[in-house]
Design a protein around this ligand. Sequence first.
Ligand SMILES: CC(C)(COP(=O)(O)OP(=O)(O)OC[C@H]1O[C@@H](n2cnc3c(N)ncnc32)[C@H](O)[C@@H]1OP(=O)(O)O)[C@@H](O)C(=O)NCCC(=O)NCCS
Length: 247
Amino acid sequence: MRDAVEGTRGRVAVWWLAVESVAESQWPALAALLDEAERERAARFHFERDRHSYIAAHALGRRLLSSWAGGAPQDWRFSVGEHGKPEVVVAEGAPLLRLNLSHTRGLAAAALTEGGDIGIDVEWLDRKAASLDLAQRFFAPAECAQLARIAPEQAGEAFLDFWTLKEAYVKAIGKGLAHALDQFAFTLAPLAIHFEPTPGDDPADWLFRQFRPTPRHVMALALRPSGAGQPEIEAVARTAADLIGSG
Ligand SMILES: CC(C)(COP(=O)(O)OP(=O)(O)OC[C@H]1O[C@@H](n2cnc3c(N)ncnc32)[C@H](O)[C@@H]1OP(=O)(O)O)[C@@H](O)C(=O)NCCC(=O)NCCS
């Protein structure tokens, strides 16, 4: 797997793992890729499904980092920014590795690049309840107007399209939900961000992608690349065996 992300500048890797595909017997080996603090945190989850998504996301992230830059998955260290965004600790002078994780019921994802800003968000499609109410409360008026034009049977999925894009963006800038979600708006076709009513970042600096990693999940990537040129995005489904088996 080392070859999968060789020649890393200008590249972006997005890995995901369908949690139900993991056999019961594989969980200990996946958990062994985490560091001790993460294993302790995993043990504190009340529901097994949350524990599994958490372990899957952190195992993905650590294995991705090691595939990219070498070393043992367990050895990566993170610092935490003002709004809680974990950042990879790298040696002085080494390339800045930017990793972001997301986990939801049944799916975990990790996105990695060098330099730049990156955010990823995954959601479970069945999480549609009360979605239009949520949009009215949190989204920009332009997004609510787009949702209102969508047939009711498709509105739940469209809501999650907006939601994952918005979360991916606020995660990329590191602010998370401390950033007001109504200060910027997406259009889906063409896929673009608009900063309104207050001017924000330059939309031209940002690149977004949407994925359907499984029939039941929505995923979005937000990226502000560090250099010029179109980045090469590798989006790959991983299995537990991929993560456990490679050294
Ligand atoms: C970051 C945040 C958007 C996560 O959204 P979510 O959909 O619940 O969770 P996801 O699975 O997509 O992402 C969680 C991962 O994002 C990363 N993360 C945490 N804070 C982050 C931030 N500020 N920016 C980017 N990534 C962040 C972590 O790796 C986290 O994984 P972990 O909890 O397993 O360590 C949200 O929880 C948040 O804003 N937290 C910051 C605290 C805050 O501002 N609270 C305000 C309360 S309204």
